[in-house]
Design a protein around this ligand. Sequence first.
Ligand code: FES
Length: 128
Amino acid sequence: MGSVRSVRTLMWPAAWMLNQRWGGITSWLARWFPKTPAKSVVALKTSIKVELVAGKTYKWCVCGCSKKQPFCNGSHFFKSPGLSPLKFKAQETCMVAHCTCKATQKPPYYDGTHKSEQVQKAELGSPL
Ligand code: FES
């Protein structure tokens, strides 16, 4: 799946230009290369603490569709075209609280935003 995603990433600028010029040549282009990326959805309304291992690279789910929160499981490929995970490397081995409402101002980390009225009133799986 990684190579398919890489090809899509390389083709995105050309497909986007064609889509802009001809107003969406096909539904296929519009589906896989949307003019505006999908919006993140609220996965959970709490943070999740995870032990990170120093030097290991992680992919934090940006779209909110992963069933392996807070990390990406590849669901964005079909459920949220235009969004991709945030890769980061752990600097030290430690327990860290990660955001799952996808509204944090310090991605991928928890910053307390999920306690806001806007997030608490939102339905799980819906955008803010
Ligand atoms: S599943 Fe959400 S970014 Fe990959």
